[in-house]
Design a protein around this ligand. Structure first.
Ligand SMILES: CC(C)=CCC/C(C)=C/COP(=O)(O)OP(=O)(O)O
Ligand SMILES: [Mg+2]
Length: 589
């Protein structure tokens, strides 16, 4: 009998029941499971999906797959087949002219750039925006008389990779080194400073002070604000701009902007047309990925593994929102889909002996090495081998680089990370928090994804920065990867615990800090994430070696992680299903 979620649900229940309550730490001493990692039936060398039982899979992030299924059954009818290219071109030209006209007026220009970025349109105006911002980065701080202009200027310059020193905020401080009380009357300025403060790096105390000052004041003055302003401020307090995923923010902001009395109708129309156009592109990519996935047929053979191309694609749009990265999104989605299958082999299906065989075969990276593997592993091995070779071929064809050694090394590193987790599990070893998180960055696929994207994006690649793509991976990758791992644990650890997975960062943190309540433990993890963001922001300040495109992608990975795993607290979208609908299925009117 094939293992399915429904016929194995009793199994999860019995394991969960045999486990002490999650509020106690004693479950860290887990029961041994003989030589198997999980509840597996005796395996033979020809073990296949139908002869072994696996633990149930993680609950899908996307619960309503109906929209996807409906969409896939239809012939590809794009919702925006009307030829709007002339209209779009006109609007683009008009907007470009307006940007040029505004270039001399700092506040107008900055506000316009901010709106353009927020509407998801900045990729059309990269050169125009950069030349305006370069102009600002050369002006002395004295020209930014008011808080709104100075804060907006700081945020936009840093966000776009320009050098800017937070000392520009000194002039808003009194002799005691505190922000002046009089600033509190300027709510828009305070809001702008609040947003700017989230781009602060370690050591930039003035920005930490700014965050404390603005956050407290904005929270306190919410009740006295006009409804439209209070809505804006609440949304900012819920999630600062710097942490938002670009396409979701565009979707949300199109509605907000349209409701503003003084909106620019050209910009709004352009934003809607563009959103829908990019959505059509995403639909085509999704079709391509699902077609590839079906043809690969990996989960037809490995029925225990996750079959979630849509979830994989959601990640890719988070990491690479710009249309020009269409091909990269498709390749990245393939790697994540395979990652999920390998994760399921390690977490829910394979025996320790099989996992060791698999790890060693991967280290050899040779089709002959596959011969000793059980059948279900062989097919996965070859899927990974072929897909990686195809990606290498693509990079070779487009850029002339031979990248197999890097891609191979990063897969080996990830799979060795899975093996470490399996060994910990099997020997009842409880790692310390640092050991766990460092390994967890590998097993969340962070390094794997960023190394692939470094080459697939292919911008700013030099002989020097290529040398950084080996272990230990760059700080940029590990800071962003740590954010991904910690958000993943915040989002999935409860369920993984019930299934009997390894202790997660939350439990390990509670244990190390001797914290009894899980709520406190979660708060502690959120504080670690805050500090990681400061580390990550430092990559924009001291950027020297890594290309800006990959820095932006690493930031996007951190943003996407929060979006995917903290959806219930998003008052606008409230679930991953709603994200997916807004991103891929419902056009913007
Ligand atoms: C951009 C990238 C690389 C996305 C991959 C996301 C990811 C960590 C999937 C596995 O989650 P999980 O919660 O099932 O895994 P684990 O068992 O490691 O917690
Ligand atoms: Mg997880």
């Amino acid at each position: 009998m094939a293992a399915t979620i429904s016929n194995l649900s009793f199994l999860a229940k019995s394991r969960a029941l045999s486990r002490p309550s999650s509020s106690s730490l004693s479950w860290l001493e887990r029961p041994k499971t003989s030589s198997t990692i999980c509840m597996s039936m005796p395996s033979s060398s020809s073990s296949s999906s139908s002869s072994s039982m696996s633990l149930p899979l993680a609950t899908p992030l996307i619960k309503d797959n109906e929209s996807l299924i409906k969409f896939l059954r239809q012939p590809l009818v794009l919702p925006h087949e009307v030829d709007d290219s002339t209209k779009r071109r006109e609007l683009l030209e008009r907007t470009r002219k307006e940007l040029e006209l505004n270039a001399e007026k700092p506040l107008e220009a900055l506000k316009m750039i901010d709106i353009i970025q927020r509407l998801g349109l900045s990729y059309h105006f990269e050169d125009d925006i950069n030349s305006i911002l370069t102009g600002f980065s050369n002006i002395s701080s004295q020209t930014h008389e008011d808080l709104l202009t100075a804060s907006l200027c700081f945020r936009l310059l840093r966000h776009n990779g320009h050098k800017i020193n937070p000392d520009i905020f000194q002039k808003f401080m009194d002799n005691n080194g505190k922000f002046k009380d009089s600033l509190k009357d300027d709510t828009l300025g305070m809001l702008s400073l609040y947003e700017a403060s989230y781009l602060g790096a370690n050591g930039e105390e003035i920005l930490m002070e700014a965050q404390e000052f603005t956050k407290t004041h904005l929270k306190n003055s919410l009740p006295a604000m006009a409804p439209s302003l209070s809505k804006k401020v609440s949304q900012a307090l819920e999630q600062p701009r710097h942490r938002r995923m670009l396409r979701l923010e565009a979707r949300r902001f199109i509605e907000e902007y349209g409701a503003e009395n003084d909106h620019n109708p050209d910009l709004l129309e352009l934003a809607k047309l563009d959103y829908n156009k990019v959505q059509s592109l995403h639909q085509m990519e999704l079709s391509e990925i699902t077609r590839w996935w079906k043809q690969l047929g990996l989960v037809d053979k490995l029925t225990f593994a996750r079959d979630r191309p849509l979830e994989c694609f959601l990640w890719t749009v988070g990491l690479l929102p710009e249309p020009k990265y269409s091909g990269c999104r498709i390749e990245l989605a393939k790697t994540i889909a395979i990652l999920l299958v390998i994760d399921d082999i390690f977490d829910t299906h394979g025996t320790l002996d099989e996992l060791l065989l698999f790890t060693n075969a991967i280290k050899r990276w040779d089709l002959e090495a596959m011969e000793d593997l059980p059948e279900y592993m062989r097919i996965c091995y070859m899927a990974l081998y072929n897909t990686t070779n195809e990606i290498c071929y693509k990079v070779l064809k487009e850029n002339g680089w031979s990248v197999l050694p890097y891609l191979k090394a990063t897969w080996i590193d990830m799979i060795e990370g899975f093996m470490v987790e399996a060994e910990w599990f099997n020997s009842d070893y409880v790692p310390n928090m640092e050991e766990y998180v460092e390994n967890g960055v590998r097993t969340a696929g962070s390094y794997m994804a960023l190394v692939h994207l470094f080459f697939l994006i292919g911008q700013g690649v030099t002989e020097d920065n290529v040398k950084l793509l080996i272990k230990p991976y760059p700080k940029l990758f590990s800071s962003s990867g740590r954010i991904l791992r910690l958000w993943d644990d915040l989002g999935t650890a409860k369920e993984e615990q019930e299934r009997g997975d390894l202790a997660s960062s939350i439990q390990l943190f509670m244990r190390e800090k001797e914290i009894k309540s899980e709520e406190e433990g979660r708060k502690g993890i959120l504080e670690i994430i805050e500090n990681l963001w400061k580390e990550l922001n430092g990559e924009l300040v001291y950027r020297e070696e890594m290309p800006l495109a990959i820095i932006k992608t690493a930031f996007n990975m951190a943003r996407a992680s929060q979006v995917v795993y903290q959806h219930e607290e998003d008052t606008y979208f409230s679930s991953v299903d709603n994200y997916v609908k807004a991103l891929f299925f419902t056009p913007c009117f």
